[in-house]
Write a protein that binds this ligand. Structure first.
Ligand code: V47
Ligand code: SF4
Length: 375
């Protein structure tokens, strides 16, 4: 396989430094931050796609993963004021919601017979909710749907509830784990560069703390994901710095399952005037993420955020997971301007993956295979 790839590189019009980096990638080598910058600045997109696909193939072959999931968003009231956020609304606003436990559980009951294997719970950082409330919520969800995996709370929500309870991070996470928390989503990472972070989300969990929360979760056997928010004010060097901090932590803990690039969507927030980056930038970013994060098992193209066409293309640029059915249960991206309802049937997901000549694989949260659709 690599003989073919190598001859494509040899015959490509790429510069000699790019060809050297490409050969290193194909022989399983790890690229440096400087090499990643060269790729961002001048590698042809077609070559990046080929390299990222080769890396993806060496990890998961032709498989592309998805799951059956739904989201619960308990509230969009939040103590923070991230400039890119279209979701947070002040208490009492017509678009604000603060669901009671009963209202949330009423929603959960709707998915009782949906065969969902994962309940994803994420919301704003509500000033009046505490860790006991959230532990109770996890237990009640599991009472209603026994066996479901609860993947819940970004590091930002966790920092707030643990501090409020006066617990150490380890004790707080242990308490959540004892209540049934098995996985933590990747949100809240945004961009780690301290200066830019202070501009776009000044009150949010600091970068070092975000990483510490994920490190502690990994040490307790809680798997987590990681994200980057890209396409706003960041430079390529800042994206690479972000990836590098994640790669370094993953070398230490091996606790991350998936990396999810999230493209900044510009409607209804205070950064709206900067617009959105074009599709080519999305594909480049998927590809370089796949190549650079050589120790991450999965790269997820979150279809709800990227839309179906970009998701389909992302599968040729290194992504091997497209998230799940979602069941029309999240509002983060519709409020930021993404069109269409966030729901796909299993059949639609399977067709989308097959249309790229790849093999759809239904997974659970931990990437255990539930069913391969390889007929
Ligand atoms: O941290 C907020 C992002 C994230 C906007 O782990 C925005 O499986 C784009 O992390 N444009 C939360 N993005 C969502 C998240 C996530 C989603 C799906 C799956 C998983 C997983 C994690 O949403 C936030 C922030 O980076 N976000 N506003 C916006 N205007
Ligand atoms: Fe709050 Fe999250 Fe929105 Fe930031 S992105 S304001 S933490 S809901």
């Amino acid at each position: 396989m690599h003989t073919l790839y190598n001859s494509i590189i040899q015959n490509s019009s790429a510069s000699s430094d790019i060809k050297e980096i490409a050969k290193k990638i194909l022989s399983g080598g790890r690229i440096t931050t400087d090499e990643a910058l060269v790729l961002y600045q001048k590698a042809p997109l077609g070559l990046l796609g080929m390299l990222a696909f080769a890396v993806k193939e060496s990890k998961t072959g032709k498989k592309v993963f998805f799951n059956r999931n739904f989201h619960i968003e308990p509230t969009n009231v939040c103590v923070n004021n991230c400039r890119f956020c279209s979701y947070k609304k002040p208490q009492g606003d017509a678009q604000a919601w603060e669901l009671s436990l009963d209202e949330i559980l009423h929603q959960v009951k709707r998915y009782k017979d949906s065969h969902a294997t994962e309940c994803h719970i994420v919301g704003g950082v509500h000033p009046d909710r505490d860790i006991d409330y959230y532990c109770n919520l996890i237990r009640e969800v599991k009472n209603i749907i026994p066996g479901i995996v609860v993947k819940a709370f970004t590091a930002v929500e966790i920092e707030y509830m643990v501090n409020k309870a006066g617990l150490t991070l380890k004790a707080g996470l242990e308490k959540l784990k004892a209540a049934g928390l098995e996985s933590i989503p990747g949100g809240g990472a945004e961009i780690f560069d301290e200066e830019l972070r202070a501009q776009i989300c000044p009150e949010k969990t600091k970068s070092a703390k975000w990483l510490e929360i994920h490190r502690t979760a990994h040490q307790l056997g809680i798997s987590t994901n990681a994200t980057i928010l890209y396409g706003h004010l960041e430079t390529y060097a800042q994206r690479i710095d972000h990836l590098n901090r994640l790669r370094t932590l993953q070398d230490e803990t091996h606790g991350f399952s998936a990396f999810i690039p999230l493209k900044y969507r510009h409607e209804n927030n205070s950064l709206s005037n900067i617009g959105e980056v074009p599709l080519l930038e999305d594909l480049k970013n998927y590809a370089i993420s796949r190549i650079f994060l050589d120790n991450f098992p999965h790269i997820k193209a979150y279809w709800v955020m990227s839309g179906l066409e970009t998701t389909r293309l992302a599968l040729q640029y290194g992504a091997d997971d497209i998230d799940g059915t979602v069941n029309d249960s999240t509002k983060i991206y519709t409020m930021a301007g993404v069109e269409g309802k966030p729901v796909m049937t299993v059949e639609q997901i399977v067709d989308l993956i097959k249309s790229e000549n790849l093999i759809p694989v239904e997974r659970d949260t931990f990437y255990n295979i539930i069913k391969e659709y390889n007929d």
